[in-house]
Design a protein around this ligand. Sequence first.
Ligand SMILES: *Cc1c(COP(=O)(O)O)cnc(C)c1O
Length: 365
Amino acid sequence: METVMTDVKQKVHNFSAGPGILPQEVLKQASEACINFDNLNLSLLEISHRSKNFEAVMLEARTLAKELLGLGDGYQAIFLGGGASMQFHMVPMNLLRTEGYAAYVNTGVWASKAIKEAQLLGNTKSIASSEDKKFNYIPRNYPIPGDADYCHITSNNTIYGTQMKKFPISRIPVVVDMSSDIFSRKIDCKQFDLIYAGAQKNMGPAGATLVVVKESILGKTGRNIPSMLDYKVHIKGDSMYNTPPVFPIYVSLLTMRWLKKNGGIDWIDKVNTQKANTLYTEIDRNPMFIGAVEKDSRSTMNVTFLLNNPELGADFDKMCKEANLSGLKGHRDVGGYRASLYNALPLESVQALVDVMKEFEKKNG
Ligand SMILES: *Cc1c(COP(=O)(O)O)cnc(C)c1O
């Protein structure tokens, strides 16, 4: 078992955009918990979510999520099912008044989907968009309306490889889809009123979504909300109103523990910056490649790039495969390549990719 795991680590550099790479030690601990959890001689998968052992998992996961985001009293962290896409609907359900409207910044496919769902429940206004250039930049200098019920942004656009560096400053609640860069960089999260993130990009396996919400913004819509879609119901139930997705929550907890143990957000911010700089430096230096997005909008999590000569694609793909680089194919809407540098991806993997890019230049340049 052990040797197989080590082999896997050494052999494959996993740049998958999602579900994405998890730390090897987390995968090992998770697999152990599937057989014998907490020395109960029972699997995590076959015990009650109301057992004291799982209640401890839930409490620690909720506490640690807030701690890593630097959020204290006034905020509640809950783990829900349904993916980040469920939040596209749940956010307006809980925050959009029937007579009101919500402001959205449209930075890509996910933001557009969020807008579409909100429109089913009320009015929305797109206050900024980068659709004119196929979402290859983050809009700047747009006003935030003071009378909207909330402003919705996407901190990192997984598909295009753009990332917000500055955030809208506003009196109205700011809601962030942080699915693909949660726990990846130092940001003051107190400027946000609701953060949500599907687990499978940078936190854990698919199946759980973290929602962290400032409680004081809830309960103002005048709408009757079905229980399962009501944040207040889940908060009141300590995130166990119904059976929560126990396994993804547990693995997310293991990942958060791994992050904290290694130095938390301060540490990972430095690591992620170094990884991204290493790759962008090579993209800019190497005449065979071009970056896919505007420089000041570049993401540290999803690095998108194109071949100057797309006809050489098959050759580059072959070289990547031979070097055991996996998951680099760009999203079908963008083409080219996308290297996702999520927290668990080591710098060595980025270096392995850079080596292949240099070799490719030698061969074809
Ligand atoms: C992947 C992703 C989503 C959708 O997540 P699901 O969990 O599949 O619903 C939403 N927003 C962003 C930014 C994403 O990267």
